[in-house]
Design a binder for this molecule. Structure first.
Ligand code: UDP
Ligand code: MG
Length: 307
């Protein structure tokens, strides 16, 4: 098997046939030895039926059907676990990632780059809020981690088998695949593209999922938030120590009983706030440790045509 393509699917009934056509066209121009793995991540529409129908007509089509929605990163992970290709492509099935770009990516891959990712020059059809938060997040993350996660890049990429094997050996449950790939090293290169609008249907990444994903990226690759907590604690302690000295001084030397209600309130609220933030940040790491200790399977497959 030369190329495997992994396409996670969550309520994409309107896009399946088009992505199938476009992928088949570009892949067959590269090699006849390819597979397209659709991972159905608990879709509530006809996505699975459409994929199954394609698979009866075209032996290149493989599918994995999850027992429920496990999330985009886990769907991709299941694809990686089952892909047989020497090179593996990850692509969204809403056609925001143009399948035709795979030809260019494959060329660069053949030149000796073990990873070729697709870097967004522009992003169409996404709200100003999503673009702004994404841009801030990726820049912040790159300042916080010691590994180099490329900016403005999603999971659309081609990877050599060597990288896929590294990813399969990484046991963490809160996946942040683009970070893991950067962490793995090897020769990494990119091609630039204009990101299209979603062809049809709705985003499966509402704000809630985006926040979780952002937290996975940070907690998976950085201890900076915990360091900020300790740093804050240190600063507040110095401040508190000086205040205690001043309080003793004014009580025993100056002998004036200060009314001081407002200053007490402010410091109590301030310290209370800092403590809650600190506990929250520690909690985020703890929750992830806990998930890893539980060691449940990452996903459950209901049905698949992969042997
Ligand atoms: N997706 C998935 N599970 C989910 C959410 C999304 O498998 O819980 C798939 C979705 O079908 C698409 C890809 O992941 O192929 C990217 O999701 P989407 O386009 O909804 O996200 P956006 O591009 O809006 O960030
Ligand atoms: Mg999309």
């Amino acid at each position: 098997m030369e190329i495997s393509v992994i396409a996670p699917v969550y309520n994409e009934e309107l896009n399946i046939s088009v992505i199938y056509e476009r992928l088949s066209k570009v892949l067959s121009s590269i090699s006849n030895s390819y597979e397209i793995i659709f991972v159905n991540d608990g879709s509530k529409d006809r996505s699975l039926a459409l994929v199954q129908e394609l698979s009866t007509k075209d032996p290149h089509i493989k599918y994995i059907d999850f027992s429920r929605n496990f999330g985009h990163q886990i769907a991709v992970s299941a694809g990686l676990d089952h892909a047989k290709g020497d090179a593996v492509v990850i692509i969204d099935s809403d056609l925001q990632d143009p399948p035709e770009l795979i030809a260019q990516m494959y060329e660069k891959y053949k030149e000796g780059n073990e990873v070729v990712y697709a870097k967004r020059k522009t992003r169409k059809g996404e709200g100003a809020f999503k673009k702004l938060t994404a841009s801030i997040f990726y820049r912040m993350l790159s300042k916080m981690t010691s590994i180099n996660i490329p900016l403005d890049t999603g999971d659309f990429r081609i990877m050599d088998r060597k990288i896929v094997d590294v990813l399969k050996d990484m046991p963490e449950k809160d996946k942040y695949i683009r970070g893991q790939v950067s962490w793995a090293g090897f020769n990494q290169s990119y091609v630039e593209y204009d990101r299209d609008e979603r062809m049809a249907g709705e985003t499966g990444y509402p704000l809630r999922k985006m926040m979780k994903f952002a937290m996975d990226g940070i907690t998976g690759f950085s201890n900076v938030p915990l360091k900020i907590v300790s740093w804050f604690g240190f600063m507040v302690s110095i401040f508190a120590f000086i205040t205690i000295l001043y309080t003793l001084f004014s009580k025993f030397v100056l002998n004036n009983t200060v009314p001081g209600w407002s200053s007490v309130m402010i410091s109590v609220l301030f310290i209370g706030g800092i403590q809650l933030i600190a506990i929250g940040i520690i909690g985020e790491y703890l929750a992830r440790m806990n998930a890893n200790i539980r060691d449940r399977p990452l996903y459950i497959i209901r049905d698949s045509n992969i042997q």
